[in-house]
Design a protein around this ligand. Structure first.
Ligand code: MG
Length: 218
């Protein structure tokens, strides 16, 4: 079973479902040539896709184009259903750094056929994840700098203030469809600058004052 930690509180959570937003930053929507969705576009990754700091991403043999997407991860701390926007942040236990690894060639092929994306997004090692900092330690989760470098070269540098759907809106929307439980994780979308990595590359993903992970590609 996969777990995540809030080390400063000595707390461990068994990971439940990982609900992810696609297209939540305008500049990233533009770079992929997508339309801005009327409602949040959701998909899920299984807990088995999670790896920790220092563990390697393994690109499946059915893809030749594996992209990184640095994202703010939100750890849910209590059960909630139909959570109102006004109280949504009370359900957050902590914040972390995630990379939404995406097989872009496979995703584009599936999208074109109107088929689901799971094999492009949920494969083993597709969700590198840091330890979490407690929610109380982050004064404003919508004022965080997200960065990703490949082999030391900066590729992504964005701010969580540019999210289209804010964290309370995401929690309200997701919890109107799926009951949220402690250990569930929300990935809140990526800013622009996504691109491919190949075996031998090393990714460093950082959210300032939240955390940093170093993830090699095997
Ligand atoms: Mg993403």
């Amino acid at each position: 079973m996969k777990t995540v930690k809030i080390p400063s509180q000595n707390k461990t959570y068994t990971i439940g479902k990982i609900v992810c937003l696609a297209r939540n930053y305008a500049d990233h929507i533009k770079e992929l040539g997508n339309e801005t969705p009327a409602a949040p576009v959701l998909f899920m990754k299984p807990a088995t896709s999670v790896i920790g700091d220092g563990e390697a991403v393994r690109i499946p043999s059915y893809s030749t184009e594996c992209h990184y997407e640095v994202e703010l991860a939100v750890l849910i701390g209590s059960e909630g259903r139909n959570v109102p926007v006004e109280t949504a942040l009370q359900y957050v236990a902590g914040y972390g750094v995630a990379i939404d690894m995406t097989l872009r060639d496979v995703q584009n092929h599936l999208k074109g056929k109107g088929l689901p994306w799971e094999i492009a997004k949920g494969f083993d090692t597709a969700c590198p994840l840091s330890d979490f900092v407690p929610a109380e330690a982050i004064a404003d989760p919508h004022a965080l700098t997200l960065k990703l470098a490949v082999n030391g070269e900066e590729r992504q540098n964005g701010c969580s203030s540019d999210m289209i759907n804010t964290i309370p809106r995401i929690i309200a929307h997701v919890s109107s469809i799926f009951t949220l439980e402690p250990g569930d994780i929300l990935l809140t979308g990526t800013p622009s600058g996504v691109g491919a990595v190949v075996a031998g590359d090393v990714m460093t993903a950082e959210i300032v004052s939240v955390g940093r992970i170093t993830i090699p590609v095997a």
